[in-house]
Ligand binder design. Structure first.
Ligand code: OAD
Length: 255
C-alpha cells in the first residue's frame, strides 16, 4: 500500500484540467522495451537512437523498416497495462484530462483514453517518403520472428516511392498541430504528470517546465531519477503500473 501526501490528494481532487505526459516507461510493463533498454537479436549492436534517424533509413532502409515492423508486431501482441488503464479511468473522474504521449504505440487508445496527442507519430501510420501518401498495412499482424529481421519497405501505390515508418525521427520536426496543442494543454492545466519518460528528448521535455511556469503542480512517476526532480512538486518513485492505480484509488475511491 502506497501512501501519498494529503496535499497532493487535495490538489488532485480540486484539479479541473490534468495533462498526462507519457514516455516509453509507461508501456514497458506491457512488454515493450524502452529506448534506453539494451537491444537484442539482430539489433544488439545498435542503439535505438541510431536507428531512429532519416540518415539511418537512407543508408539501410531494410534494417530500419525491419526494426519498426518488429516493434509494431510486438505492440500488436501486447496489451495495455494498469498504468494505461489508470490514466483512462482518471479521465472520467476529472472534468478535463488529456494524454500527451511520446509513444508510437496505441496502448492509451486501447485502454480507453479518448484524447491522446501523439508527439512522435505512430507505428501504425506509415506514409510514402516521397509523396507522403498514407500506406495501409495488410490486416494481419507482421509475423516477425523473436529477434526480428531485415525487411524491404513497401512501395507507395500512388507514386512508386519508398514507404517509411510514420514516426518522428531525430532531427525531424514534431507534427505542428500536435505540438501546438500539447503546449496549450501544458500551459493551461492544473496538474501535469510526467510518467515513464527520461525527460531527455526535446521539445517534449519542455512540457513540464511550461506547466510549472504557469504554476501547475507537476508530478513525476518513474522508478529512476531523470533530472526533472528539481522541477517537480512531487516525485513518486516507482513503476507507473503500480503507482498510478494506487494514486487513483487514494484520490478518488470515495468520490
Ligand atoms: P526512454 O527510453 O528515454 O526513457 C524511459 C523512462 O521510463 C526511463 O526514465 C525509465 O526509468 C522509465 N521507466 C522504465 N520502466 C518504467 C515503469 N515501469 N514505470 C515508469 N517509468 C519507467 O523513453 P522516452 O522518455 O519516452 O523519440 O524517450 C523519449 C523519446 O526518445 C522517444 O519518444 C523516442 C526516443 O528515442 C523518438 O524516436 C523521436
Amino acid at each position: 500500500m502506497l501512501n501519498f501526501e494529503q496535499r497532493l490528494i487535495d490538489r488532485l481532487r480540486a484539479a479541473q484540467r490534468i495533462v498526462v505526459l507519457t514516455g516509453a516507461g509507461t508501456s514497458s510493463e506491457s512488454g515493450i522495451p524502452t529506448f534506453r533498454d539494451v537491444l537484442t537479436g539482430l539489433w544488439e549492436n545498435f542503439d535505438a537512437q541510431q536507428l531512429a534517424t532519416p540518415q539511418a533509413f537512407d543508408a539501410d532502409p531494410e534494417m530500419v523498416w525491419g526494426w519498426y515492423e518488429w516493434r509494431r508486431g510486438l505492440v500488436m501482441q501486447c496489451l495495455p497495462n494498469s498504468a494505461h488503464q489508470a490514466i483512462a479511468a482518471m479521465q472520467d473522474l476529472v472534468p478535463d484530462l488529456s494524454v500527451v504521449t511520446q509513444n508510437v504505440d496505441d496502448l492509451h487508445e486501447r485502454a480507453g483514453s479518448r484524447d491522446v496527442v501523439h508527439l512522435h507519430g505512430s507505428l501504425h501510420e506509415p506514409r510514402c517518403r516521397d509523396c507522403a501518401a498514407p500506406y495501409v498495412f495488410p490486416a494481419a499482424a507482421p509475423d516477425e520472428p523473436g529477434g526480428g529481421r531485415r525487411l524491404p519497405p513497401p512501395v507507395c501505390t500512388e507514386c512508386g516511392g519508398m514507404v517509411r515508418p510514420g514516426v518522428v525521427w531525430f532531427g525531424e520536426s514534431l507534427p505542428v498541430d500536435n505540438w501546438l496543442r500539447a503546449q496549450e494543454l501544458a500551459s493551461g492545466c492544473d496538474v501535469l504528470f510526467s510518467v515513464g519518460t527520461s525527460s531527455l528528448v526535446y521539445p517534449a521535455a519542455n512540457l513540464p517546465h511550461i506547466a510549472r511556469a504557469e504554476n501547475a503542480c507537476v508530478v513525476q512517476i518513474n522508478p529512476q531519477a531523470t533530472g526533472l526532480e528539481t522541477v517537480v512538486d512531487y516525485d513518486l518513485q516507482g513503476k507507473a503500473g503500480h503507482v498510478l492505480p494506487a494514486l487513483v484509488q487514494a484520490v478518488w475511491a470515495d468520490t
